[in-house]
Design a protein around this ligand. Structure first.
Ligand SMILES: Nc1ncnc2c1ncn2[C@@H]1O[C@H](COP(=O)(O)OP(=O)(O)OP(=O)(O)O)[C@@H](O)[C@H]1O
Ligand SMILES: Nc1nc2c(ncn2[C@@H]2O[C@H](COP(=O)(O)O)[C@@H](O)[C@H]2O)c(=O)[nH]1
Length: 220
């Protein structure tokens, strides 16, 4: 039952305002981070995807401006020159970068952002914005399952799949740099775990600076 007690010396209302979180998902290619990202974006209205720019060709079904900003090498290089990226890296022979644009402003206003980026980008974001960054590494249950997922996704040639599998071990070696590690065996279970991490991180005491006057009031 709710507590209906009132007092003349009303406490300041709790101010739940906080800075936004940079919620990063990384994994070897094919482990499922795009799938988990889409599930999270569909289930949680308070988080928004950081849409990367890339020089990689569009896959069937991908939409410019939604999945990626697909740009030419020249445009990407001009963005690097113009200091337009928060971070950028070369992955599997193509360039990928996080445009700064709205992200810094959004974080200040309490907007959470989801990043589907590799370990190189994660290291760069951690160096720049340690306190806002939460990192999650997704592992496949086995390397056989990983290859099977890349093959059944059917969006890359056998050659590209081979190159992604060759890189998988090197990428997995970065797992210890992450705050959380989740195995994506059953996709629904993995999603629930990732969502729980996000929920818990939102309540981390160090983010709840808006509660300070309220807590001081409680302590009298
Ligand atoms: N738990 C799972 N069990 C079986 N298949 C899965 C599971 N999770 C994802 N998949 C499938 O595996 C394929 C690869 O997933 P996804 O594209 O999300 O991987 P990714 O980590 O984002 O890869 P990339 O880094 O190449 O973008 C997709 O076809 C997806 O539907
Ligand atoms: N450092 C960054 N890595 C990124 C970015 N956007 C995507 N990625 C990573 O690239 C690989 C390949 O992605 P794919 O869509 O071609 O399969 C994957 O690990 C992504 O996480 C970015 O902006 N910066």
């Amino acid at each position: 039952m709710a507590d209906t007690h009132t007092t003349a010396d009303a406490l300041p209302s709790p101010n739940l305002a906080r800075r936004g979180i940079m919620f990063i998902l990384s994994s070897p290619s094919g482990a499922g981070k795009t799938t988990i990202s889409h599930m999270l974006l569909g289930a949680d209205e308070e988080i928004q995807l950081s849409v990367s720019a890339t020089t990689r060709p569009k896959r069937p079904g991908e939409v410019d401006g939604i999945d990626y900003h697909f740009v030419t090498e020249a445009k990407f290089d001009a963005m690097v020159e113009g200091d337009d990226f928060y971070e950028w890296a070369e992955v599997f022979g193509h360039k990928y970068g996080t445009p700064k644009g709205y992200i810094r402003k959004g974080l200040k206003e309490g907007q959470d952002f989801l990043f589907d980026i590799d370990w190189q980008g994660t290291q760069q974001l951690k160096q720049k914005d340690e306190q806002d960054v939460v990192t999650v590494f997704i592992l496949p249950p086995t390397l056989e399952a990983l290859r099977h997922r890349l093959e059944t996704r059917a969006q890359d040639s056998e050659d590209v799949i081979d190159r992604r599998m060759d890189r998988a071990r090197a990428e997995i070696s970065h797992w210890a740099e992450y705050d959380y590690v989740v195995i994506n065996d059953d996709v629904d279970e993995c999603f629930v775990k990732v969502r729980e991490i996000l929920h818990a991180e939102r309540m981390r005491r160090t983010r709840q600076t808006g509660l300070i006057p309220f807590v001081r009031g409680l302590m009298g």
